[in-house]
Design a protein around this ligand. Structure first.
Ligand SMILES: [Zn+2]
Length: 221
């Protein structure tokens, strides 16, 4: 899939409106200014804010520039300008290998995106997660994204859905990976980690599994 930077995100239906970043392809080429590859603080901030992959699809997308790497899923960035940006998991490959430079307004907010402040987007995602009538995929994605907020309200919502068998069957591993983000907080001390559902424990045991969604193209792929 290829979209121009800063256009409305339309790749899939999403609970929140989002803005496209880094959906590069052969039609528009490597977007952004040439000859100014990301380095130093900007690169560190992009890596730091690219935390969890969600919205994994059925198929992998091969890089249209080198053909040697393929990716699946996307990162979401909650920037302080109140825009939510969605980028393919391949964005880090495009930056590292093809000198892609995302737009300035995106880069400027990245430092704060690593730890966003609780806002109406967080409130909305919490409501989606807790709403048993909402789309299950949206709820599972909300469980992933809520871990970006270092806030008790996110933890409490995740804890509340542990009894929701349908959601646990669909995204229990992701809920486990989200719970880890709060493990050091005082308010998480009351959680009986050993008694969590097996799917949730599986996610906790494999915190980095989602990173396998960017991989070399090979005969086993
Ligand atoms: Zn490539």
């Amino acid at each position: 899939m290829e979209y121009l930077d800063l256009t409305p995100y339309t790749y899939t239906d999403s609970a929140l409106p989002m803005t496209s970043i880094g959906w590069l392809g052969s039609e528009h080429g490597v977007q952004g200014p040439a000859g100014a590859p990301l380095a130093g603080t900007e690169l560190e901030e992009l890596r730091g804010a690219s935390r969890r992959i969600c919205n994994v699809a059925l198929g992998f997308h091969t890089c249209e520039f080198c053909g040697t790497v393929e990716g699946n899923g996307e990162y979401r960035y909650y920037l302080p300008d109140e825009r939510t940006y969605a980028a393919p998991a391949m964005i880090l490959h495009y930056v590292d290998t093809h000198a892609y430079r995302p737009p300035r307004q995106f880069l400027e907010g990245l430092g704060a995106a690593a730890r966003p402040r609780w806002d109406r987007r967080a409130d909305f995602l919490r409501a989606v997660l807790l709403d048993r009538t909402a789309d299950l995929i949206w709820r599972a994605e909300a469980a992933v994204d809520l871990s970006q907020w270092d806030d008790r309200r996110a933890f409490d919502a995740l804890r509340q859905v542990l009894a929701d068998d349908l959601l646990i069957d669909c995204g229990g591993d992701e809920i486990g990976r989200s719970l880890i983000a709060f493990a050091e907080r005082d308010y998480a001390a009351g959680l009986d980690w050993d008694a969590l559902p097996p799917m949730v424990l599986d996610g906790i045991a494999h915190p980095g599994d989602d990173l396998h969604f960017v991989r070399p193209v090979g005969p086993d792929a």
